[in-house]
Design a protein around this ligand. Structure first.
Ligand code: ADP
Ligand code: ZN
Ligand code: ZN
Length: 754
């Protein structure tokens, strides 16, 4: 009986973004499964293109006699199982993308890499035969090479080819001749590449404290009892969340299941991985952006073959092809990096929950400062909530002091370091303790403008100002555009051009001027661009090669330096003015996380927060490290203004090179939306259950020469927003448009940082 397949073709185009039926030829029946990549004849010319098998069926919907047949299987393709295909479907329907874009997201590495081959020489013949041969060659002066190899391999039984060739100096001809005689055998072993280069062999010695133990055990017993809700662990900085994860994973692995651990790329350091390695050794592997494509492919292959039980990585590790996945852990779950910036703009937390649902596993989220969304769900009982209130090492939380920068100016202090912070820095330098100075980069890196007419130097392709770098160049952080520093104002011709704001470079210069005896390290966009840039700076600082580490938000993530007893936050409030509804949340998170870097060892820590808005609730409650207080305040504000999670928010971004055309198309689609809202209201829904804002200019009006506009929709029901998305997608399918690109953005958290 013949079989049929639904195949989705591999072209990113709405028109063909649905499955097509094909007949499976008998010769391929055994080889094709759901997820296989296949070549199919397509269109009038029957050109061969590739596609993915979505389903295999006994009966076709269309006339079986008219169906084309699958041509062949794509060699060396990574075939995904049904779970991944379903996950792609979930992503497509929830975040707005083509099925192909979704498939490419869950199956990121297509081409397989050639495995690394290792050659070995094995002893093959029986002992007596070998003895005879040894005797024979011992008497023959022309056979010294054969004798040398046989003597060696008689002892070792197996030898790597390199040793035989280079150390024993045996030629290929000699090997061939011995193999022909049946004395030895040359074999090739194929290996997958490693991602880890860990030499330290240390033992895992940590015993969970009672607080940690209670959390781990309760999560586990809920899982055994079939409570499928995700768990949210809110644990203060240093409370030992990682050890709780390790304990849970240990239980999962002992059941023969597998684990995925998501960590923000920036916090995915050697130190973090080492902690898992101590417990699980070679059963873990890592995915990060520093791996070569072949290395990355091999880690996924190891996961698929079950050579490892645990994959640690950023967002994309979510799609590790484990067959027996038991748990997905998302550390620092509030981080913006868990949202994909490109289409499909999926939210890792939600995709993780869906994947866990499909495989019968569970999800654990952890953070010192959970996203308002997750905490809201936890309080509603959608997630199970756990609290860790104490630092695991017994260290106390640091003393935090707020300094009002307006007072400093009034006292005549024009430097970026307040009197209080200066006093503490000098104290720590004298005691040889270390200091972290944190610069809130948002809106704070130096841009260049004319002192006379005020014109700021902008990127010609994007609607953002260029940033000044010490190499004398102006750079766009959105499209990478570079130009030498201008000599005169392009607007008025004035020669008085100045850099404004104080980026990390300027801060470092000033620190070096104020504390010439102190050694400094800087960690920012510039110093970490090279491979391992992060790792080098962090390990140099850990080895006390510098007294002061100066950096942007990337230094606040999860690093553990025992000798740091002072954290200075140079200007806390700059992230308050980024203009989106989550700016207070982001400021609170940054302050709490930054403060949490101080006093993690046995010595007590101090934190100084310098700010122009000492009365702002995010600054105040951040200083008090009062998460619950912040959450309550923030939620009342979100309820008042109808922001997530009180309401659901959908942003629709339109981009196009032609500004007039963009305006016209936006209005057109705006009407489609308005019609739909009317329809729904007529169908008996409460009026205003969907609220629309726009079309208006996007926060960044142009990127990469494309103009951008937005429509925002707020709704009490999430499904109403999905409905609008579907209507627009349908409209675009009926009115295809190559010029216009549309991106859907649910919940609008974590827009790209400047
Ligand atoms: P978090 O992720 O909650 O900020 P970590 O898991 O990084 O905290 O733990 C903070 C420090 O405390 C680490 O150095 C860790 O090794 C240590 N630690 C955690 N749990 C224990 C424990 N039960 N006993 C001893 N040390 C612990
Ligand atoms: Zn000017
Ligand atoms: Zn640009």
């Amino acid at each position: 009986m013949s079989k049929f397949a639904d195949v989705i073709v591999d072209i990113s185009h709405e028109k063909v973004d649905r499955p097509f039926e094909y007949r499976i030829p008998d010769c391929l029946l055994d080889e094709i499964s759901v997820g296989s990549q296949v070549n199919i004849p397509f269109g009038k010319g029957n050109k061969l293109i590739t596609g993915f098998v979505l389903a295999i069926k006994d009966k076709a919907v269309f006339d079986e006699n008219k169906l084309k047949a699958i041509d062949s299987l794509v060699k060396n393709s990574t075939s995904a199982d049904g779970e991944m295909i379903s996950l792609a479907y979930f992503i497509k329907t929830n975040y707005g993308s083509t099925m192909n874009q979704a498939l490419k997201t869950v199956l990121p590495v297509k081409k397989s890499a050639n495995p690394i081959q290792e050659k070995f020489i094995y002893l093959k013949a029986e002992e007596t035969v070998v003895k005879e041969a040894l005797e024979k060659y011992g008497k023959d002066k022309r056979s010294v090479a054969k004798l040398r190899l046989l003597q060696e391999i008689e002892n070792e039984k197996v030898l790597p080819y390199e040793i035989v060739r280079d150390k024993l100096n045996i030629s290929a001809a000699t090997l061939n001749s011995l193999a022909k005689e049946g004395l030895i055998q040359v074999d090739i072993k194929e290996n997958l590449r490693d991602a880890l280069d860990i030499k330290e062999k240390q033992e895992y010695t940590i015993q969970l404290n009672p607080e940690q133990k209670a959390v781990s055990e309760d999560i586990w017993s809920r899982y055994l009892n079939g409570d499928t809700r995700p768990s949210l662990i809110r644990g203060i900085t240093g409370s030992g969340k990682t050890e709780v994860y390790i304990d849970i994973i240990d239980k999962v692995v002992k059941e023969g299941k597998q684990a995925i651990v998501l960590i923000p790329e920036i916090a995915l350091t050697y130190q973090t991985v080492l902690r898992f390695y101590k417990k699980f050794g070679n059963r873990i592997s890592v995915i990060n952006s520093k791996l070569t494509p072949a290395q990355k492919h091999d880690q996924l292959e190891k996961a698929k073959q079950g050579q490892v039980d645990i994959i640690i990585g950023p967002r994309s590790a979510l799609f590790s092809p484990f067959a027996r996945l038991g748990v997905i852990i998302i550390d620092e779950e509030h981080e913006a990096t868990y949202k994909n910036e490109n289409v499909p703009r999926y939210i890792s937390r939600e995709v993780a929950i869906e994947r866990a649902r499909m495989c019968g596993g569970f999800v654990v989220l952890g953070s010192a400062t959970p996203s308002v969304e997750s905490y809201y769900k936890a309080k509603k009982g959608e997630y199970a909530l756990y609290n860790l209130e104490h630092r695991a090492t017994g260290a106390t939380l640091p003393e935090v002091e707020i300094v009002d920068l307006r007072d400093e100016l009034a006292k005549g202090n024009r430097s970026m370091i307040s009197g209080k912070l200066d006093e503490l820095i000098r104290d720590r330098l004298a005691k040889q303790e270390q200091i972290i100075l944190f610069i809130n980069r948002r809106g704070y890196s130096s841009f260049v403008s004319c002192r006379k007419c005020g014109e700021a130097m902008k990127c010609p392709h994007c609607d953002v100002s260029l940033k000044f770098h010490r190499n004398g160049k102006l750079m766009c952080h959105y499209c990478g555009y570079e130009t030498p520093m201008v000599k005169e104002c392009p607007n008025c011709g004035s020669k008085y051009i100045g850099t404004f704001g104080s980026g990390t470079q300027k801060a470092e210069e000033e620190i070096n001027r104020l504390y010439p005896e102190a050694k400094t390290l800087r960690m920012d966009y510039d110093t970490t661009r090279e491979k391992q840039g992060h790792e080098k700076i962090l390990s140099a600082f850990a080895n006390h090669e510098a007294d002061i580490l100066i950096g942007t938000q990337m230094i606040v993530k999860g690093h553990d330096f025992a000798n740091v007893t002072l954290v200075g936050i140079l200007a806390a409030d700059l992230s308050l003015y980024s203009g989106d509804y989550s700016s207070a949340e982001r400021t609170f998170q940054l302050l709490t996380q930054a403060a949490g870097r101080a006093g993690r060892g046995s010595k007590k820590g101090d934190v100084v927060i310098q700010t122009y808005s000492p009365d702002n609730y995010a600054v105040k409650l951040g200083a008090e490290q009062d998460y619950k207080g912040f959450y309550d305040y923030e939620m009342s504000y979100r309820r008042l203004l109808g922001y997530p999670p009180a309401m659901n928010l959908l942003g629709i971004l339109f981009a196009c090179e032609n500004e007039n055309y963009l305006t016209r198309k936006c209005n057109e689609i705006n009407q489609v939306i308005e019609r739909r809202i009317k329809e729904k209201e007529l169908a008996g829904m409460r009026p205003m259950s969907i609220m629309k804002i726009g079309p208006s200019q996007a926060p960044i009006a142009k990127i990469n020469d494309k103009y951008r506009k937005m429509i925002y929709l707020k709704a009490a029901k999430y499904n109403d927003l999905i409905d609008i998305k579907d209507i627009i997608e349908q409209y675009m399918e009926e009115h295809p448009d190559k010029q216009l690109s549309i991106m859907f953005d649910f919940s609008m958290m974590g827009s790209k940082e400047d």
